[in-house]
Design a protein around this ligand. Structure first.
Ligand code: ADP
Ligand code: MG
Length: 347
């Protein structure tokens, strides 16, 4: 439906977006994920037509939107700061876009009622927006974006201003609403938990480029590089060099590792690589492969598992294990060769 092709955008001769391309299918929610300042909001403004790229195009069902102005694109927007009218009531806020379209009042009322039911705000219809809580304002903002039945919905860090409890609750609600509405959506966030909860697909943006575009499962199982791994909270990374290919072995400062997962494309003997030891890679049994001595630094009970922090060589790692380990002890551990990802080293 939406197709973004080779966007290039710069500010003051500094490139911000370079060769950004991706598609969105019917009913799909994609999460655009990247650090603050990575150009996420700029990308949304380009898709909305508020801003023009230096080069590249945005298509809707194969139609180039270059000459289609903002208000004719039929895209809905929802911002972090809500952009609601504080002294108008809920109904008037939600009806605003519909009134701009000069629809008859009966139809406006029907559409507003429909979306207020959807976001469970019907009983607040006469309340002034200034008298609502953060979460309630958020629902009004969503209702307003949905009311004109946009063909694409863009949400720019919509939960960024809310406290943690409320965010978690609204995250689940938003996910259901987006799925039920069947409207394709781009959800921008810098929060990986939000992205994993809401996205059917994640698009990861770093230094102006899309680093990975895949399902949340795929990003988690096969992060494209060390930046992606770190960004999604996989932090057991260490540098190494390919020592042999068959069997696959890597030399690192913390010792040599046997690896039974795939070799990245174009990587050969002697190449630098990055190892990602997955959180569940640690075993306390006496395995034949990848045995190391570890100094246990910390052990935290998480409910059904323990998170153990340990030192191997001069590096620290953390793993999830099913049994407690005493802090301060020095023990033999094994790293499962099937739970190590091999990542291409950055150039
Ligand atoms: P994000 O939404 O990922 O935090 P933005 O798209 O808002 O990132 O901004 C990315 C960068 O582009 C920022 O460093 C910002 O200062 C710069 N920028 C955004 N808009 C303009 C503008 N109109 N003129 C100059 N620089 C801008
Ligand atoms: Mg932004």
């Amino acid at each position: 439906m939406l197709s973004v092709k080779s966007l290039y955008k710069e500010y003051e001769n500094q490139p911000l977006l370079e060769g950004v391309s991706f598609d969105i299918q019917k009913g799909e929610t994609i999460c655009l994920l990247g650090r603050s300042g990575s150009g996420k909001s700029t990308l949304l403004r380009i898709i909305a037509g508020i801003e023009a790229p230096e080069s590249g195009d945005v298509y809707w069902n194969n139609q180039n939107l270059k000459d289609i102005p903002v208000h004719k694109r039929q895209f809905g927007f929802m911002f972090q700061d809500y952009a609601l009218f504080p002294h108008k009531n809920v109904f008037e806020n939600v009806a605003f876009g519909l009134k701009m379209q000069n629809l008859p009042f009966d139809l406006i009322e029907e559409k507003v009622n429909l979306v207020l039911d959807k976001v469970k705000m019907q009983k607040f219809r006469h309340r002034q927006v200034a008298d609502l809580s953060g979460g309630e304002k958020q629902r009004v903002a969503l209702a307003r974006a949905l009311a004109p039945e946009p063909r694409l919905l863009m949400l720019d860090e919509p939960l960024g201003a809310l406290d943690r409890n409320l965010r978690e609750q609204l995250m689940d609600e938003l996910r259901l609403l987006l799925h039920e509405s069947n409207i394709p959506a781009i959800y921008v966030t810098h929060d990986q938990e939000e992205a994993f909860t809401i996205g059917d697909r994640l698009v990861l943006l770093n230094e102006g480029r899309i680093i990975q575009n895949a399902t949340p499962e795929d990003v988690y199982q096969n992060p494209k590089n060390a930046w992606v791994a770190k960004f999604i909270g996989l932090s057991n990374l260490l540098e190494g060099v390919i020592q042999s290919i068959q069997p696959l072995r890597v030399i690192t400062k913390s010792g040599d590792f046997s690896i039974q997962t795939g070799l990245p494309k174009n990587v050969k003997l002697g190449d630098p690589v990055i190892l990602l030891l997955r959180p569940d890679a640690l075993t306390l049994n006496d395995e034949k492969m990848n045995q190391f001595q570890a100094h246990i630094l910390d052990d935290v009970f998480l409910g059904n598992q323990w998170r153990v922090k340990l030192r191997m060589g001069d590096m620290e790692f953390s793993f999830l294990v099913d049994e407690p380990i005493s802090i301060g002890s020095i023990i033999k551990i094994s790293i499962d060769p099937k739970r190590i990802n091999l990542l291409q080293a950055e150039k």
